[in-house]
Write a protein that binds this ligand. Structure first.
Ligand code: S3P
Length: 163
């Protein structure tokens, strides 16, 4: 089995869906944000604060390329598709699932979030970012799953049916 990469905007449910898929398919579970934390010894907010977004993106590319391309379920960070290099790598190596979530739903889910530097940056227009990123998620996707109003169980059933 080719590894499954979950992509989508912050709040689209990548991590929860990855855990449920890992349980259902009995495959290794990885998360690129967690790999960054483990590798560089800093939290995601600390990396943004101390090093900046550009360095974070370099770390992200580096860990993406270290993920196993077979037999794993991998949750990625919402900005993994920002670099063309990462999009090419994903298209070539992964089975990519885009969790597509509306702006309204993302806002509902992340209303109390304090942990995401980009979400919590008042100077960033997140709705515009979603608009700009959507074609990049679509470019890499082998499968698109709409998540609005669905629970994790029905999402993984849909993925298992269509894989
Ligand atoms: C980011 C999303 C985050 C994390 C970092 C940057 C982004 O992951 O990688 O804060 O640029 O959208 P989640 O999508 O899991 O929140």
């Amino acid at each position: 089995m080719q590894s499954i990469y979950l992509v989508g905007f912050m709040g689209s449910g990548k991590s929860n869906v990855a855990v449920a898929l890992h349980q259902k398919l009995n495959k290794q579970l990885l998360d690129t944000d967690q790999m960054i934390v483990d590798t560089y010894g800093l939290t995601i907010p600390e990396i943004f604060q101390q090093k900046g977004e550009e360095i974070f993106r370099e770390y992200e590319t580096s860990v993406l390329k270290q993920t196993p391309i077979k037999e794993a379920i991998i949750a990625t960070g919402g900005g993994i598709i920002e670099k063309a290099e990462n999009r090419e790598w994903l298209k070539e190596n992964g089975k990519v699932i885009f969790l597509k979530t509306s702006w309204e739903e993302i806002n509902r889910r992340l209303v109390d979030d304090q942990s995401r530097p980009i979400w919590n940056n008042q100077d960033r227009d997140k709705q515009q970012l979603l608009v700009e990123r959507t074609p990049k998620y679509l470019e890499v996707a082998d499968l698109i799953v709409e998540t609005d109003g669905k629970d994790v169980h029905s999402i993984i059933e849909e993925i298992a049916d269509k894989l």
